[in-house]
Write a protein that binds this ligand. Structure first.
Ligand code: TLP
Length: 343
């Protein structure tokens, strides 16, 4: 199978499996797992934040962040296709009792301008909605096709938000993809964000886990929420060990996934009835519209599946994601089957 459904499908490398087998472990609920501690320290160092917490998933990292920053009844602002809003099973209302104010990004990039955010802010209007408690950003933006938010753009939003005493959380599930493509450091891309979540288990290829970063005080509180939500793991060094390998070795390999995504997009752009802006494919996510093919996304995905290729369809769109288990040859194979299906 050529699995292009997501970069979450990667299998741990030999080096990861070896590190897992050799991992020194302890009880992480007591803070005594040396490998988890090493992973957290290394992540905090890379992002130049005070502290870090290893959590089982990106969703848990994001949901803890929302909980840390908000009070029940607050509103959070997020771009309308954001993961926290659409794909975390209403965790924001269930766990934090907040309402989401989804905002459209007029340029389609998925990255709101400060003007767009400021027009959606609420403060003390007694008859209309509640206080804005948090701004959530996403870099890269998944369902806007892996688009990048620049360091300057992020800084501008954080500076303006902080002037209003509003915190900013960055869902940086794929921040290392953004860093590789933008030629910026992950620290620069998230410099002024109050909290950052990034995934070890996406492009970086670890089997499990995410990291939540922030001030020492916030991360201390986040530890309590992680336990409360059932995310206190014991000898978690076994999985953190793979995370350390992912963190050290994978960022330098992401360029290859981006080149494969671009090649895939260029090939797809030539197919009958498909529309895609190739120039916008700058990281590892390829989303294209199939409305003019005369087939539904479900039909196309089924036909691809019959040829051993997996992709995800939603509405009139299909998403394909490259990762380190997808080779250049896999891209060529995908394109030739795709061509045959549409002809
Ligand atoms: N994204 C998954 C699906 O849930 C859509 C994927 O296949 O892309 N933030 C962003 C931007 C994400 O893309 C994801 C996962 C998460 C958070 C959640 O991470 P996990 O799956 O570890 O909870």
């Amino acid at each position: 199978m050529i699995d292009l459904r997501s970069d979450t499908v990667t299998r741990p490398t030999k080096a990861m499996r070896q590190a897992m087998a050799d991992a020194e472990v302890g009880d992480d609920v007591y803070g005594e797992d040396p490998t988890v501690n090493r992973l957290q320290e290394r992540a905090a160092e890379m992002f130049e934040k005070e502290a870090a917490l290893f959590v089982p998933s990106g969703s848990m990292g994001n949901q803890i962040a929302v909980k840390l920053h908000t009070n029940i009844g607050d509103e959070i602002i997020i771009e309308e296709r954001g993961h926290i809003f659409n794909y975390e099973l209403a965790g924001t209302s269930f766990i934090s009792g907040v309402m989401v104010r989804p905002v459209q990004s007029a340029d389609g990039s998925g990255h709101l301008t400060w003007k767009e955010i400021s027009e959606a802010l609420h403060s003390d209007v007694p008859y209309y909605s509640l206080m804005t408690g948090l701004i959530c950003l996403e870099n890269t933006h998944n369902f806007a096709g892996g688009s990048i938010m620049s360091a300057d753009h992020c800084k501008e939003i954080c500076d303006n938000a902080h002037d209003l005493n509003l915190p900013v959380h960055m869902d940086g599930a794929r921040i290392f993809n953004a860093a590789a493509a933008a030629g910026s450091s992950v620290a620069d891309l998230t410099r002024k964000c109050d909290t950052v979540q990034f995934c070890l288990s996406k492009g970086l290829g670890a089997p499990v886990g995410s990291i939540l970063l922030g001030s020492a005080d916030l991360i201390k509180e986040a530890r309590v929420w992680r336990k409360r939500l059932g995310g206190g793991m014991r000898q978690a060094g076994v999985i953190a060990a793979a995370g350390i390998v992912a963190l050290e070795r994978s960022p330098g390999l992401l360029h290859a996934d981006h080149a494969n995504a671009r090649r895939l997009a260029e090939g797809i752009a030539e197919l009958r009835g498909i529309s895609i802006d190739v120039e916008k494919v700058v990281t590892n996510i390829v989303i294209f519209n199939i409305a003019e093919t005369g087939k539904s996304s479900a039909e196309i995905c089924e036909a691809l599946k019959n040829e051993g290729i997996l992709a995800i369809g939603f509405g009139d769109s299909i998403r394909m994601v490259t990762h380190f288990d997808v080779s250049q040859e896999d891209v060529n194979t995908t394109l030739s089957h795709f061509r045959a299906i549409l002809n």
